[in-house]
Design a protein around this ligand. Structure first.
Ligand SMILES: [Zn+2]
Ligand SMILES: [Zn+2]
Ligand SMILES: [Zn+2]
Length: 161
């Protein structure tokens, strides 16, 4: 089954706080483009990503939503977004998978997130370094890379001030 690539704009996915209406429209637009029905949980969880500076863990979403959604709903929603190429996962050393919006040319069943991730030891924020590509590594004969993840840890620019 071949799907048309959903090209998400490079910068405009992130929003400023005063563009609430615009965010709402963008959320519905993203869901519709991915042939997802517009449900409360999908709208809310997508909004967290659009309004967040860094990546989100399952626990962050649970904290933000309070008792509104149960764990299973959050898991299912995140999984649907990953399957659709809306968000990607970031494996981290503490075993708490983080999720972040895809800004690359991702679509259902096909992710192109080849950027480096940065995890701040001080504030715990995980960032997508969108413009820094994971360097290619040469593998032994017969090995074929499917995906390469690179997570750099250290102090982020906010904490470094
Ligand atoms: Zn992706
Ligand atoms: Zn930091
Ligand atoms: Zn990322």
């Amino acid at each position: 089954m071949k799907k048309t690539a959903v090209v998400l704009p490079m910068v405009s996915l992130r929003t400023t706080p005063n563009s609430v209406m615009e965010t709402q429209e963008r959320i519905v637009d993203i869901l519709k483009k991915n042939s997802l029905s517009v449900t409360d949980s999908r709208k809310k969880i997508l909004r967290y990503f659009l309004e967040s500076d860094g990546a989100l863990a399952h626990a962050d979403i649970e904290h933000q939503s309070g008792t509104e959604f149960d764990r299973v709903t959050i898991y299912r929603t995140l999984q649907t977004f990953v399957d659709k190429g809306i968000i990607h996962t970031i494996p981290t050393a503490d075993n708490a998978v983080r999720y972040a919006l895809c800004k690359d040319d991702c679509y259902a069943g096909h992710h192109h997130d080849d950027h480096v991730h940065f995890m701040c030891d001080q504030c715990g924020t995980t960032y997508c370094l969108d413009h820094i590509t994971v360097p290619g590594i040469s593998l032994p004969a017969g090995f074929k890379a499917q995906q390469t993840d690179l997570v750099v840890s250290g102090i982020c620019s906010k904490c470094n001030n």
